[in-house]
Write a protein that binds this ligand. Structure first.
Ligand code: FEO
Length: 400
């Protein structure tokens, strides 16, 4: 049973969070055994209540219950839809019913048609402009467009007097943290889920993360609190999450981090990779290793998350139907889409009848800045000479 939390953040601002531990594949794509939270926010004032976003449709009833813990839904005067994706807008029909449809829905112009296509409730839209301000009950709400974070219609809200940035997808992360705020525990584990979220969900739009950060800076926005739609609220040091997003968007590497991803059907690639791991360890490098074998298949989203801040990669692949092993092929496609800053790669491949890995991998990564700095291809099992070439390749890889 998913649990929800209602927490006061400031005198008049509340978090409404539900811990989704039921979803297995976020967006029906990303395996997240760690779960995810959906965070909505509610601002009360003498001139009416403003609701920011909502929860996924399957939690619409619980959402209305959570709103009722703070305010009568009939008192909601505005509902801000920062982003139409249904993990946030899924409860809007139910909350508008509880509100008797009196609330105005504030959103980006692109959001209106999409909302109408998804929900049958009549909407009272009030489209907001980039930079527009709304005064309500002594608070100034400033709306800022943040296109492609994560859809084109996405925007954020800034409560000027309190320095609170309600940021929707941007500055969010996967997982269901035990805490609510950044100052309640160490952030090391949580930031790994942030990295996975950034790469998997908005990695394709990394440039827009940098644009949004610049835009906020140039608009004089320096938040004291960052309140995203997934994961932790940052109030001790919002710079931590802003800087971390920037770091991931730029693909900045952790010095000396090597990630190995390989498949092995009958042990030949495994033999070559085992040699590579031993060679790296002798050089003082402990690689992160993911393998597709007859006993394990790691989540692709986790692999991408480790690749984004690696210094170098080793890809091991066997040939299947005269092409790359399918899971490795899929991984390379997603690497090309989600990771915008390339890394040097040593490619190791075992083939049966034709040596095709180098050409196929080059094709997959053609429009990226990943760079193959070495290729070792062998028929069947690696020979002593092949292992020596792997050692040479690793030396070149680490030299950069
Ligand atoms: Fe959390 Fe793009 O929705």
């Amino acid at each position: 049973m998913a649990k929800y939390i209602v927490e006061r953040i400031l005198d008049n601002l509340y978090l409404l969070r539900i811990n989704d531990d039921r979803v297995k594949f976020f967006e029906a794509l990303w395996y997240i055994p760690e779960g995810i939270t959906y965070n909505a926010y509610l601002l009360t004032s003498e001139e009416g209540v403003i609701l920011f976003d909502g929860w996924k449709n399957c939690y619409a009833e619980e959402f209305v219950d959570a709103v009722r813990e703070v305010s009568d839904p009939e008192d909601i005067r505005y509902i801000v839809v920062h982003h139409v994706e249904q993990d946030h807008s899924g409860s809007i029909q139910r909350i508008l019913e509880a509100n008797s449809g009196v609330a105005e829905v504030l959103c980006h112009p692109l959001a209106t048609k999409m909302l109408q296509s998804l929900y049958t409730t009549p909407f009272r839209f009030r489209v907001v402009r980039d930079g527009e301000e709304l005064l309500l009950g002594g608070r100034t709400l400033k709306f800022i467009y943040t296109p492609w974070l994560h859809w084109p219609e996405t925007m954020v809200s800034y409560i000027v007097e309190d320095g609170v940035l309600i940021s929707c997808d941007i500055f969010g992360g996967f997982s269901i943290p035990l805490m609510i705020f950044d100052d309640e525990n160490d952030l090391t584990d949580y930031l790994k889920y942030v990295r996975k979220y950034v790469v998997d969900i908005v990695g394709y739009y990394s440039d827009y993360i940098l644009k949004a950060l610049d835009k906020m800076k140039n608009s004089g926005i320096s938040p004291k609190i960052i309140a995203p739609a997934h994961g932790l609220i940052f109030r001790r040091n919002p710079r931590i999450i802003m800087d971390y997003y920037e770091r991931i968007a730029r693909g900045l590497p952790e010095k000396g981090k090597v990630t190995i991803v390989y498949n092995s059907m009958y042990g030949s690639v495994y033999e070559a990779i085992s040699y590579a791991v031993g060679y790296l360890e002798k050089m003082g490098v402990r690689p992160i290793v993911f393998r597709f074998t007859d006993s394990e298949h790691p989540p692709i989203g986790d692999i991408l998350s480790e690749i984004v801040d690696s210094d170098a990669l080793i890809i091991g692949v066997s040939i299947y139907e005269n092409d790359l092993f399918p899971y490795m092929s899929y991984l390379l496609e997603l690497m090309a889409r989600k990771i915008r800053v390339g890394k040097p790669i040593l490619l190791i491949s075992s083939y049966g009848w034709s040596r095709v890995a180098s050409a196929k991998v080059s094709e997959k990564l053609a429009k990226t800045s990943f760079e193959m700095v070495g290729v070792v291809e062998f028929q069947g099992r690696p020979s002593i000479d092949d292992l020596r070439k792997i050692g040479d390749g690793i030396t070149r890889l680490l030299r950069g």
